[in-house]
Design a protein around this ligand. Structure first.
Ligand code: ATP
Ligand code: MG
Length: 555
């Protein structure tokens, strides 16, 4: 992103919003109409979220509307499951298409009629060449293509063949309908692109009515024109398709003339954003499903605990630019923390427990008051159980600490959050020499965490009651890939073997086990965590949404 683009992004503006504002000011359109056009061949990912936030965001900001249009032109790859998931995900992200739900398949009859018009006008022909032959005669960037031997068929013959293609007379791949534009064009997209191919496949919406299906290029712009889309916003790969997009609009009696604008797609470090590869991760069982919390899908992010507001915030921060770039994962984590820091309640949990026996603490235990949110008194307080035996984090103890280690070590005094000062008196080891327990003493005068004599400690650590805490499974996630820019052709070799770390002996304060809300909470000092749907009664499972600090910056 250039400096100018950064400044714009902070102001919530970008070159596309500038174009829209100018078009409206100049009276070129009364209202802005955008669309988000997913192909239902997989689940939406965070790259799509960028496009959704842009298209729906513009409609909201400028008082226009945004259509959800399924680009359902390839029935061999498309499924109802994906259609349902896409609708749910767009809603979850916070956007609403109102009555404006459309499908390219709504326009199949009209698109077909227009194709016949092109044939009658001598602007389209049926080609009997094989796919390979067409590829070989398309030419290269430096050489023109060669005309198909079928290019000069009469309109009558073309019409007859095209109708028979539609009627299902020919097998898959036997013929295609091509636009007759220019085999010598410097833009390969204009070298007689394919408009229709034969496909004997059942479509989720039109069933077996069609034996031919339009290409993306042929369907897309005309669908935009039918819906009165004013600004058709897509990613940079389609820049070279724009002359073709415009050619169709100029050569067909379309009801409106949309304009296509291109922006840089989101590329995220250590992440693959391609439905094809994500699909292979699922079918190859490299992940547990489309909603595996390691997946960059909206379903996966949601399951990990990422709030939709964080994705909207992220989309705003990355902005909309004309040049491709790679976005750091730390930026996504930053947006997640920004949102969760404000919304998440605080709780205590110990991920890797180490038992502490407080030798001078007698009696049945007591309840101490803990705040639910340090910056929001309205969030209230709760009672946490304290007793003679507690668990602390293994990491919070070192037998021979380096100089700057201020947490528990033999002889050191620390504060237990919301409780007392304790001092480590003894270390208990098992036969193998591993530390299994700490023996500590506490100072009863420090109840609530302050010493009446004003004495200070350098560290406050979290803990849970040994008796009352609830065992839980906690899943920690790391990037799915080992390299910042995974090689999509070789992605299996670049999978991170440590992308999932399962902690089976974590302990939670009872308040965490009782609820079954999927709202993320902050485990104090550890990060943000959300209850997973694998939880069973008495057996909670939590996902780490994000840690408290930027671990990438350190690495
Ligand atoms: P994929 O390669 O993941 O299959 P796609 O472009 O084929 O992506 P579509 O369903 O056709 O998937 O995409 C719908 C819309 O989302 C398109 O307008 C597309 O440009 C946009 N989009 C897809 N990926 C990204 C991305 N990484 N960043 C921004 N926009 C994206
Ligand atoms: Mg696509």
């Amino acid at each position: 992103m250039s400096v100018a683009e950064k400044v714009q992004a902070e102001a919530g503006r970008d070159f596309i919003r500038d174009i829209v504002a100018e078009d409206l000011a100049a009276g070129r359109h009364k209202t802005v109409v955008t669309r988000f056009p997913p192909e239902p061949n997989g689940y939406l990912h965070i790259g799509h979220a960028k496009s959704i936030c842009l298209n729906f965001g513009i409609a909201q900001e400028f008082g226009g509307r945004c259509h959800l249009r399924f680009d359902d032109t390839n029935p061999t790859r498309e499924e109802q499951e994906y259609i349902d998931a896409i609708e749910a995900d767009v809603r979850w992200l916070g956007f609403d298409w109102g009555d404006h739900l459309y499908h390219a398949s709504d326009y199949f009859e009209r698109l077909y009629g227009w194709a016949e018009e092109l044939i009658r006008a001598g602007k389209a022909y049926v080609d009997d060449q094989t796919q390979d032959e067409m590829r070989l005669t398309r030419g290269t960037l430096t050489e023109p293509g060669q005309a198909s031997p079928f290019r000069e068929r009469s309109a009558e013959e073309n019409l007859d063949l095209f109708r028979r293609m539609r009627a299902g007379e020919f097998p898959n791949g036997a013929r295609v309908l091509r636009a007759k534009i220019d085999m010598a064009s410097g833009n390969i997209n204009l070298r007689d692109p394919v408009l229709y191919r034969i496909l004997h496949a059942t479509h989720p919406r039109t069933g077996d009515a069609w034996k031919i299906y339009p290409s993306y290029d042929y369907a897309h712009g005309q669908s935009d024109a039918i819906e009165g889309v004013t600004h058709s916003i897509c990613t940079l790969e389609f820049e070279d398709h724009r002359p073709l997009y415009d050619w169709f609009l100029e050569n067909l009696p379309v009801p409106s003339h949309p304009h296509q604008y291109e922006f840089a797609r989101l590329n995220l470090a250590y992440t693959v954003l391609s439905k094809r590869v994500l699909n292979q991760l699922v079918t190859g069982r490299h992940v547990s499903g489309w909603d595996d919390p390691r997946m960059p899908t909206l379903a996966g992010l949601r399951r990990r605990g990422v709030p939709p507001a964080a994705l909207r915030d992220f989309a705003k921060r990355i902005g909309v630019a004309k040049a491709n770039s790679l976005v750091d994962l730390g930026l996504l984590d930053f947006s997640i923390r920004e949102v969760l820091n404000k919304s998440a309640q605080r709780r205590m949990a110990v991920l890797r427990p180490l038992k502490v026996v407080i030798e001078n603490y007698d009696g049945p235990g007591e309840e101490l008051e803990a705040v639910n949110h340090p910056d929001d008194p309205a969030a209230g307080t709760r009672r946490v159980k304290f007793g003679r035996e507690i668990f602390v984090e293994q990491d919070d103890f070192m037998e021979s600490p380096p100089k700057k280690f201020f947490r528990l070590s033999p002889g050191a005094e620390v504060r237990l959050r919301y409780a007392y000062f304790i001092t480590c008196r003894d270390v208990v080891k098992n036969a193998a020499g591993n530390i299994v327990e700490l023996r500590c003493s506490y100072d009863p005068a420090t109840r609530g965490g302050n010493a009446p004599d004003g004495r200070k400690v350098k560290a406050t650590i979290h803990w849970v009651s040994a008796q009352d805490s609830v065992p839980a499974e906690v899943r920690l996630y790391n990037p799915l890939f080992t390299r910042p820019e995974p090689d999509v052709a070789n992605f299996v070799d670049e999978l991170n073997p440590n992308s999932l770390e399962v902690l089976r002996d974590a302990r939670l304060e009872p308040a965490l086990a009782a609820g079954n809300s999927p709202e993320p909470v902050q485990f104090e000092r550890l990060g943000y965590f959300a209850r997973d749907r694998d939880s069973a009664p008495g057996k909670p499972v939590f996902n780490r949404t994000v840690g408290l600090r930027d671990s990438y910056a350190k690495a």
